[in-house]
Design a protein around this ligand. Structure first.
Ligand SMILES: [Ca+2]
Length: 374
C-alpha cells in the first residue's frame, strides 16, 4: 500500500484479513459489538467514540483553519466514528521474539503469493486490462508485470480489498495507537480531504485495517500525491482498475523506477561469515567488498558497482540475493525485503506465463521508449 510506510509486516496483515469475517458495516447498523463492549466497560454514553478526544478536536481545528472545512460538518463526522478494538488488539499484540536461527520464514511467505492460482489470475487480469497497462508502460516506464504483481500481492487483483470502514480504521489508529498517532492523524486528515475532493461519503469506503484503499491499497496521503485519473472520467478512483494501474505505475516512476533495469539477482555466499553481514534492502555494499567477503552474483552484473545484500530465511538454509535500485523502489511501496522479493518473483512468473501463452507482446521487461509525462 503506498502507503505506505506500513507499520506491520504484510504477513500479519494477511493474518488479520483472514480473521476479519465481519461484513462491512454502515453507520445505520449502530455500534459494532466491539465498540459497544468497549463503551460499556467504561460506562460511557455513545456519541461517537472520539467526539471528546482532545486530539480529535485539535484535528478539527486544523482542518477548519488549513483546509477550509466547516466545523459543524466535521463535528457530525466525529460523532459517528467508531473505535475498532479488534484493530487495536491486532496492532498491539506482541511480535515473536527473533530466534537468530533459520526458521524458513521466507519459504512460508513466498508460498502465500507464488501460487498457481495467483499467477493464473494475474495473467487474466493482465489480459483484461492490457490497454491501461500498456499506457502505463508508455507514460511511466513501468513494465506491466510489476504493476500486476503489486496489485496481485496487495489485493489478489482486487478480490480482497479489505473490509474495515476506512474512516474508523484511521481514527482508531490516529487516536488510540500512540506509537503511530502522528502518521495516522495525517492520514485521517488526508482522507477527509480526499473524500471531499472526490465527492465521496467518508463513511462509505472500506479498506485494510490500516486504512489502505483499493486495488493497490493506497493510503490517503499517497492518493493525494500519486493517484491519477487514468481513464479520463474526471475522477481518481482507487477502486477502478484503470486508475489503480496508472496510480501504481506513477508511484513507481516517482520513486525512481528505472525502466528495463534488473531488480535483484541471486548471489552465492561461499563462506559462513556471510550469515553475519548486515543484510536487508537498506544496506549498500560495493560489489568488490562483497566479493572479498565471499559473496558474488550468480551471474555477471554489468555496470553495477554496489548493491543491497538480501538474506532470505528459506527452508533448508539462507538464500542470498543482491538488490538493485529497482528493488529499493518496490520497498517504497511496503518497507519489507520479503514483500519486495515476493513482488519481484511474482512479476517474473507473470511475465514468463504471459509470454509463453501470448508471446512477448510489444516489449520485454518493461523496455521501451518513455512517454510524455502527464
Ligand atoms: Ca478515473
Amino acid at each position: 500500500m503506498p502507503r505506505v510506510p506500513f507499520v506491520l509486516p504484510l504477513l500479519l496483515a494477511l493474518a488479520l484479513a483472514g480473521c476479519s469475517a465481519s461484513p462491512s458495516r454502515t453507520a445505520a447498523d449502530g455500534p459494532s459489538p466491539v465498540s459497544r463492549a468497549h463503551s460499556s466497560q467504561k460506562g460511557e454514553t455513545r456519541a461517537g467514540d472520539y467526539a471528546d478526544y482532545p486530539a480529535a478536536r485539535a484535528m478539527v481545528d486544523r482542518l477548519v483553519r488549513r483546509e477550509g472545512f466547516q466545523r459543524d460538518e466535521l463535528s457530525r463526522i466525529l460523532a459517528r466514528l467508531e473505535r475498532q478494538q479488534r484493530i487495536l488488539d491486532f496492532v498491539n499484540r506482541p511480535s515473536p521474539e527473533p530466534t537468530g536461527k533459520p526458521t524458513g520464514s521466507w519459504t512460508r511467505y513466498r508460498g502465500k503469493f507464488l501460487t498457481e492460482d495467483r499467477v493464473g489470475a494475474g495473467v487474466q487480469f493482465w489480459r483484461e486490462h492490457e490497454d491501461a497497462l500498456e499506457l502505463a508502460r508508455l507514460r511511466y516506464g513501468v513494465g506491466p508485470e510489476y504493476v500486476v504483481a503489486i496489485i496481485g500481492v496487495e489485493t489478489r487483483y482486487g478480490s480482497n480489498m479489505g473490509r474495515h470502514r476506512v474512516i474508523d480504521a484511521l481514527a482508531t489508529l490516529a487516536f488510540d495507537f500512540p506509537r503511530r498517532s502522528e502518521f495516522f492523524t495525517g492520514e485521517l486528515e488526508s482522507y477527509l480531504v480526499m473524500t471531499r475532493t472526490e465527492g465521496l461519503d467518508p463513511f462509505t469506503p472500506v479498506g485494510s485495517y490500516a486504512g489502505a484503499m483499493g486495488l493497490g491499497q493506497f493510503m490517503p496521503s499517497s492518493f493525494q500525491r500519486f493517484a491519477v485519473d487514468f481513464d479520463g472520467d474526471g475522477r481518481r478512483d482507487l477502486w477502478g482498475p484503470a486508475d489503480a494501474i496508472g496510480s501504481v505505475a506513477h508511484y513507481f516512476r516517482e520513486h525512481g523506477w528505472r525502466m528495463g533495469e534488473a531488480v535483484a539477482v541471486p548471489a552465492l555466499a561461499r563462506r559462513p561469515e556471510a550469515a553475519q553481514l548486515k543484510a536487508d534492502y537498506t544496506t549498500r555494499y560495493p560489489l568488490g567488498e562483497l566479493s572479498f567477503r565471499g559473496v558474488t552474483p550468480a551471474s555477471p552484473l554489468a555496470g553495477v558497482e554496489e548493491a543491497s545484500l538480501l538474506r532470505l530465511d528459506a527452508a533448508g538454509g539462507y538464500e542470498y540475493w543482491l538488490g538493485l535500485p529497482n528493488f529499493y523502489v518496490i520497498t517504497r511501496y511496503n518497507h519489507s525485503t520479503y514483500y519486495a522479493m515476493a513482488v519481484h518473483q511474482l512479476a517474473e512468473a507473470l511475465r514468463e506465463r504471459h509470454d509463453r501463452l501470448f508471446g512477448p507482446v510489444r516489449s520485454a521487461r518493461g523496455e521501451g521508449p518513455p512517454g510524455p509525462a502527464m
